[in-house]
Design a protein around this ligand. Sequence first.
Ligand code: GLC
Ligand code: CA
Length: 530
Amino acid sequence: MPAKYRWWQSGIVYQVYPRSFQDSNRDGIGDLKGIAARLDYLVELGVDAVWVSPIFPSPMADFGYDVADYAGIDPMFGTLSDFDALVAAAHARGLKIILDFVPNHTSDQHPWFVESRSSRTNAKRDWYIWRDAKTGGVPNNWVSEFGGSAWTWDAATQQYYYHAFLKAQPDLNWRNPDVRAAMLAVLRFWLDRGVDGFRVDAIHHLIEAEHLNDNPPNPDWREGQSPARRLARVYSLDQAETHDCIAEMRALADTYENRVLIGEASLPIEQLMAYYGKEAPGFHLPFNFHLIKSSWDPQVIAALIEQYEGALAGGAERWPNWVLGNHDRSRVASRIGPAQARVAAMLLLTLRGTPTIYQGEEIGMADVPIPTQCLRDPWEKNVPGLGLGRDPERTPMQWDASGNAGFTGGDPWLPLSSDYRAVNVEAQRTDDRSMLSLYRALIALRRREPALSVGVHVKAEAIGSVLTYRRFHAGRWVTVALNFADEPQMFSKPVDQDAILISTHLDRVEPERGNAVRLRPNEGIVLAAA
Ligand code: GLC
Ligand code: CA
C-alpha cells in the first residue's frame, strides 16, 4: 500500500454488534470473549479494523446506547481485563479496535443524571437539559426519535428534561464546559487503553438551538413514516456549535498516534461535508449512509457517487466512505435481494473510500422476521407496525449448521434466521462461489490493487442497466461494470482492459478481447489491462 495513506483510508472496517456476534458463556448474548474467539475469522476475511457497538455498563433500554458508566464494561459483555485482552489479541493480529462513543445522551441510571435530577440546585443540574413547563405542558413540540414527546416530566423537581431518543436516554448539555471536559476524559480513558478510534454516535443531535423554539412541520412527511420526521428538525439537529465540540474531540485524538474518529450523522451530502471540519478538523470519516437510503437504480447510484465525489472535492482532506448496512437498517440482502447483494458487495469494495461491512453482510444474511413475543427493540415497541423496528437486522451471526448456528449454547436473545443451516460461515468457507468467498476475493483484490483502495475515482455513469466507473493509481487503470438488471447486458469496455480481475459469479478467468463484454444477469466485473 502506498505509505502516504493512513490505515483508515486504505483499510476496511467491520462492524460487530456484540450482543449478536458470539456468545461464550451460554447466556444467549454475545460478549468480548466471543469476539476474541472470532478474530481469526476477521483476519481470514481480510478486514483491518473492528468497530464494536457499545459494551459499557447499561440498563440496555436501547441495547447499550444508554450508557450508565463510560469507563467500564457491562458484566454481560465481560470485564475490563477481557477488553484489554481483546485489544491485545486484535493488535497481535494487525487488527484495530474502534469503540462506540455515545456523547449525546447517557442512561437515566448514569450517576450524573441521578444527581442532576436529585434537585434543581444540584451541581450537575445543568449537565442535562431541564426546562419549566409551558402553559399546556411540554416546553416545545419536539418529538423523540423513538416516538412520543422528546420531553419527560420529573415530578420531584417539577421540570421537564429533554431526550432526543428514549426517556431513559436524557440528552447531555454540551454547552456546559464541565460536560465537555468529562466527556473528553472518557475518550482519553479509552485512548490510553490503546483503542484505535471511535465511532461517534448520533452526533448531529449533540446540541440544540438555545431558544428551543418549536420545529416547523415537515411538508415531505407521509403517514407511515417515523413520527419524529413529522417536523423539520431545524432547531434540534445539526446545529453549528456541534462542530466546536467535534473539533475538541479531534484535537484530543490527534494528540495520540494513528487514531480515527468516525461520525454518525444521517444527513444530506451537503450538510455532511461540514462534519469533516470547518475552521478546525472534525471527523476523519463522517459516515456516508446514502447507499442505504438511495433506491437501487444505476442512474440514481451514479448520480449519488458523482454528487458525493463533487462535494468532497470542495475541501482538502476529505476522505470518502461507504456503507451498505448497520444495526439500525434493514439488511442489504433484504432490501435489494440476494443476487443484487453480490453486485452491492462489488460496489462497496471498489468505490473510492473506506468501506464498512456490517456483520453478516459477508455471508448474505437477510432480515429475520421477529414474532411479536420476541420483539426487543424499543422503537418497534413505541411505534409498532411501521417497520421501524431494528431487531430483524440484529439477529445472531450464523457461524455454522449446529444448534443456534454456533452463536450460543444457551437461548439466543433474538431468534436465529430459519435459513442458518444453509447460510453460515462454515458452509460458505468451503464453497468457492459463496458470498463469503466473494467478499474475501473482493477484499483481497482491493488490497492488491492500490487503484481500488486509494486510487482516484473517475466518473460514475449508468449506461442502460450497467453502472460503471474507473479507478486509477500510478499508471494503472481499473474499470468496474455492474449489471443491476436480471437480464444480460452488453458493456462497451475500454479496448485495453482485457483482464477480468473478478466477476461477482466468481467463475470467469478468460480475458475478454475487443471493445465489448457481455455481462450476465446480476453480474459485476472488474477489468484491467492484462
Ligand atoms: C444511533 C445508534 C442507534 C441508537 C441511537 C441512539 O443512531 O446507531 O442504534 O439507538 O443512536 O443512541
Ligand atoms: Ca454471553
